[in-house]
Design a protein around this ligand. Structure first.
Ligand SMILES: *Cc1c(COP(=O)(O)O)cnc(C)c1O
Length: 361
């Protein structure tokens, strides 16, 4: 640490991304990425002419992309904010609407970035415990006087709340900002988006990183009231006006326009997920029902951390958390059928080896 770092940042917590080791080739099932490439239309859009345009700045209003997203979701471009990934969208949202000490709450087991941002922005945050079975009880959020961030479906549990529950929260106080992170909504869930027309205190956050197969492009967006979006854009213009590259804007427009490819990829994940859930249950694992592109399951034979390490030895990465409440669980991204057969097969071998080690001990 240098002599210059301010005290407030001495204990800042960095986000811990799914590991990306480079010592060999790995099957990466630890970051909820997609096994499908982006839409072929993205490749067409980022052509030579587009690359040559890099001698100019990108459009700071990102108008083309906001229009394309707006059209797709049935709202005006004035209701769409785009950011360098959903992470940046969340960051600008907290920057615009929260000063240090302001009260916010989110579940104790959820996307780590909420806590990390809350610390970085020095908010007064409360982590509300999920129920024993990882379901979320909306009552304490409704009773609280705090603003709220909820990932719906949640990560890493994969569980989702019905829209009616979220509406009760949004309607409970018009002066409460409710941020709903719908990173995984496309994999079989109902979106809260229609509520944006009815309530002016709701911000819905999305990403191209999961269902649009483009985490490397860094594109996220928020849909909310015109007033909230205008504020977020004003803040953005004071920090990083050109937050999306011209290539990301072009690629994003192409991706959002390719409904057919989007459906194909999402349907493939949903189909494969049903196979994996069933197979895991039959192997004896306790699987949390999921409507995302990942499964969250409890290790029953070999401890979760060991299973994770042993899979890594076989060139497969899955996610294991040290958090006491979920230390027995593994989060695994749904890939192609061949990839899922490979990991399930390795898991069977590992479990057998472990069982015979225990017997021989
Ligand atoms: C993956 C994920 C994001 C991150 O999105 P980016 O657009 O890649 O920044 C946000 N929220 C949740 C809940 C996620 O799982």
């Amino acid at each position: 640490m240098s002599d210059f770092l301010i005290d407030e940042f001495e204990d800042i917590e960095p986000y811990n991304p799914g590991e990306q080791p480079t010592d060999r080739e790995y099957l990466k099932l630890n970051a909820n990425e997609s096994s499908f490439p982006p839409s072929p239309k993205v490749l067409e859009a980022i052509d030579k002419a587009q690359i040559n345009k890099m001698n100019h700045y990108s459009d700071p209003y990102c108008m083309e992309l906001r229009k394309a997203i707006g059209q797709h979701f049935g709202v005006g471009a004035e209701q769409v904010f785009v950011g360098n990934g959903a992470d940046e969208v969340l960051s600008f949202c907290l920057m615009a609407f929260f000063r240090p000490g302001m009260k916010i709450c989110f579940p104790d087991i959820t996307y780590d970035f909420y806590r990390i941002y809350a610390k970085a922005y020095r908010l007064d945050y409360e982590q509300i415990p999920l129920n024993e079975d990882f379901t979320l009880d909306i009552e304490p959020y409704i009773m609280s006087d705090r603003d709220v961030i909820i990932a719906n479906p949640n990560n890493p549990t994969g569980l989702a709340l019905p829209v009616s529950e979220i509406e009760r929260l949004v309607a409970s106080r018009s002066d409460r900002m409710v941020i709903i992170d719908e990173a995984y909504v496309d994999f079989g869930n109902e979106s809260v988006l229609p509520l944006v027309k009815k309530y002016s205190n709701l911000v819905v956050v999305y990403t191209f990183s999961k269902s649009r197969n483009m985490p490397g492009a860094r594109i996220g967006f928020a849909i909310s009231s015109e007033a909230i979006i205008r504020d977020m854009n004003n803040i953005k213009f004071a920090f990083n006006p050109f937050n999306l590259s011209s290539l990301a804007i072009a690629g994003g427009c192409a991706a959002v326009g390719d409904e057919e490819y989007f459906r194909f990829c999402v349907d493939s994940v949903i189909r494969e997920r049903a196979y994996v859930e069933d197979k895991l249950r039959r192997m004896g694992y306790e699987v949390i029902p999921t409507t995302t592109n990942f499964v969250f399951f409890k290790a029953t034979g070999i401890p979760a951390g060991r299973l994770c390490e042993k899979l890594k030895d076989q060139g497969i990465l899955v996610r294991h958390y040290n958090d006491e409440k979920i230390k027995d669980y593994i989060r695994m991204t749904i890939g192609t059928h061949a990839e899922m057969c490979r990991v399930l097969n390795e898991m069977e071998k590992i479990e057998k080896g472990f069982a015979s080690d225990v017997e021989n001990a």
